[in-house]
Design a protein around this ligand. Structure first.
Ligand code: L34
Length: 320
């Protein structure tokens, strides 16, 4: 599946890998998602230029329903990144009271539009709309989120012609780029969501480079979470609970990937809030060997992988 592409890239960029490693002041080195995402977006811009020469401009359309402020930030970043890579990036904003039928009609229209190679409906959706129904209506060939059951199935069986979900794909790419040994490693994932935990496990458990791990998925019903996390060579946390992973739960030398994105109150900042992950960064960096920050870790990689999937979708319309 996607691991083969991942490896090809990684082995071709060892020097940029070294550049992207910034030593943390204590303990762990940082995995710099912002820097790595920039390298990848540069490579993609190159591919986009080649596609231009063949008469194709990759096009990504993001649909945002309602006014969730966090979603607005993420969607804005996606549009900006696609344009910077030379792609067509369009955001369609719909009011919060949009009906499911209206959204499905829009999806059908985008499915039929030859200039649109990737369609992404930003989650979460307002409660009158069922996300599974919407995802089912997206043409799997344009499902650059990798959420359609066809792509989920292809991921699980390891078929290379699907799309892997952007966040797990970005995490795997980070591990490869930073030379983390995944083969035979104990990889513990905290969180069993459909968009991160479960597909992350599917990627890590398959054969090949950047994978071949022994995978454990922990969740809210796991008995003695710390007993599992302490065994992890690679700990990937996507539980949505601010700073739930503390230093005592992490093995010395572990690689820690924080997928959490929590906005907590902080009176010392201008906005009165602060973004923190699911990992207690200051504590855990003392024991880990490599760690991702929040922000500047997994988030920017998600966006880079979205662009990659869109370039792939466009390339496939050329049969290449
Ligand atoms: N359909 N819905 C769909 N696809 C997705 O892949 C997403 N997601 C999640 C929410 N809903 C979705 C995203 O894009 C989360 N997510 C996402 C993407 C990027 C970033 C965060 C979440 C990101 O770039 N975060 C920045 C900080 C941004 C800030 O300051 O708020 C970072 O450096 O981590």
């Amino acid at each position: 599946m996607h691991a083969d592409t991942v490896v090809g890239r990684a082995t071709s960029t060892p020097s940029s890998a070294e550049k992207a490693v910034a030593p943390a002041s204590a303990g762990a080195s940082l995995i710099d998602g912002t820097a790595l995402a920039k390298i990848i977006r540069g490579e993609l811009a190159e591919e986009v230029r080649e596609l231009h020469a063949r008469g194709v401009t990759p096009g990504l359309t993001v649909v945002l329903v309602g006014e969730d402020p966090a979603s607005a930030v993420y969607v804005g970043a996606k549009e900006k990144a696609s344009r910077e890579a030379g792609m067509t990036g369009e955001t369609i904003r719909l009011p919060a009271d949009t009906s499911q039928a209206q959204l499905l009609a829009l999806v059908e229209q985008l499915n039929a539009d030859g200039s649109v190679h990737g369609i992404l409906v930003q989650m979460p959706l307002p409660k009158q709309i069922d996300p599974d129904t919407v995802i089912l209506h997206i043409d799997p060939k344009k499902d650059v989120d990798g959420f359609h059951p066809v792509n989920v199935g292809k991921l699980l069986i390891g078929q290379a012609d699907g799309f892997a979900p952007c966040t797990p794909a970005g995490v795997q790419r980070m591990l490869v780029h930073y030379g983390v040994e995944t083969r035979g490693a104990d990889c513990v994932i905290v969180g069993r969501s459909t968009i991160v935990g479960k597909p992350m496990a599917a990627l890590m458990v398959q054969g090949g480079a950047g994978a071949d791990a022994t995978v454990t998925i922990c969740h809210s019903r796991t008995r003695d979470l710390a007993a599992h996390t302490r065994r992890a060579d690679i700990l990937i946390v996507a539980a949505g609970r601010p700073r739930m992973i503390t230093a005592d739960m992490v093995k010395r030398g572990a690689v820690v990937i924080d997928v959490g994105m929590n906005r907590i109150a902080d009176a010392s900042t201008k906005s009165g809030t602060r973004l923190v992950g699911d990992v207690d960064f200051e504590g855990v960096r003392q024991v880990a060997s490599l760690i991702t920050p929040v922000p500047g870790g997994v988030g920017p990689m998600t966006i880079a992988m979205l662009l990659r999937n869109t370039v792939r979708a466009a390339r496939r319309t050329l049969g290449a």
